[in-house]
Design a binder for this molecule. Structure first.
Ligand SMILES: CC(C)(COP(=O)(O)OP(=O)(O)OC[C@H]1O[C@@H](n2cnc3c(N)ncnc32)[C@H](O)[C@@H]1OP(=O)(O)O)[C@@H](O)C(=O)NCCC(=O)NCCS
Length: 148
């Protein structure tokens, strides 16, 4: 198995949207992703490519603080360490950008993701009530970074 993490390009958008639909049944949408990739200097998107096809991605906004805006690994490649690898890469990117903290939203029922984030030092911060389309609450998680 050959894999790499690489910056996402506009050529990857359709594969990422198909993946988002499979995993979340909704997508950030072509326009938002395209604008982020082409115009937003604060947006950092990268893809997980395995044997030449996209099997995951992460989108981040890094301004005075950082926010993970979307993140998945395709089902058949989960529990193999790829999610950890991507999150570690994102944390390093944020450390290099000297931001003080990283936040994200996660469904309260999403134990896999919450476990992963907790493993990397994210702490529960607060809830956003009925944040998702099915009425589920979001848990906001926060990781403080050492700023040199
Ligand atoms: C969350 C997600 C990205 C994790 O990716 P992954 O490649 O499976 O993660 P890893 O193999 O690196 O696992 C890392 C940690 O995640 C947690 N984890 C992963 N799968 C888990 C499971 N089925 N049950 C419980 N914890 C789990 C564990 O803490 C694990 O650490 P451990 O192996 O030391 O126990 C993946 O499950 C996914 O894409 N889920 C659907 C989309 C999603 O929820 N995205 C996040 C939105 S906020």
């Amino acid at each position: 198995m050959k894999y790499q993490l690489r910056p996402m390009t506009t050529d990857d958008i359709s594969a990422v949207i198909e993946g988002e639909m499979r995993v979340f049944t909704h997508t950030l949408g072509f326009d938002l992703i395209y604008t982020d990739l082409t115009l937003n200097p604060y947006a950092y998107y990268f893809v997980l490519e395995i044997d030449g096809t996209i099997q995951g991605y992460m989108g981040l906004w890094i301004e005075d603080h950082a926010q993970i805006i979307n993140f998945y690994v395709e089902k058949e490649y989960r529990c193999m360490g790829f999610g950890s690898m991507m999150l570690e890469f994102a944390i390093e990117l944020c450390q290099m950008s000297h931001v003080k903290n990283i936040t994200l939203e996660v469904r309260v029922s999403n134990d896999e993701a919450k476990n992963l984030y907790e493993k990397y030092g994210f702490k529960p911060s607060h809830f956003r009530k009925q944040y998702y389309e099915n009425g589920e609450d979001a848990l906001v998680m926060n990781k403080e970074l050492e700023v040199e």
